[in-house]
Design a protein. Structure first.
Length: 94
């Protein structure tokens, strides 16, 4: 971060991690696919807003794939989707 001078700070990175941690906690507590979809939508929209605030530099290609894998895997573990289905696509702007 020091040499590249990106349009995001460590605080933004920490906020991204916080969104993902909260997502995992909320997803684990769900009991129905509809409820799980709402949790996915909320997390993806929060990530969209954060990435926009950072001039779309926070979530780039490698981060995008990792974040989508985390979201998809947690939903698949609950049986709400498969690992092959990108459940973030409907709302994702990153």
């Amino acid at each position: 971060m020091k040499t590249a001078e990106p349009n995001y700070t460590q605080r933004d990175v920490d906020q991204c991690m916080g969104i993902l941690k909260e997502y995992l906690q909320k997803m684990a507590a769900t009991n129905a696919k509809d409820e799980g979809n709402e949790v996915v939508q909320s997390a993806v929209i929060s990530l969209n807003q954060l990435n926009e605030k950072c001039d779309y530099e926070l979530i780039e290609t490698s981060e995008r794939e990792q974040i989508a894998d985390i979201i998809i895997s947690a939903a698949a573990d609950k049986g709400y989707t498969t690992l092959e289905e990108d459940i973030t696509e409907e709302w994702r702007e990153w």
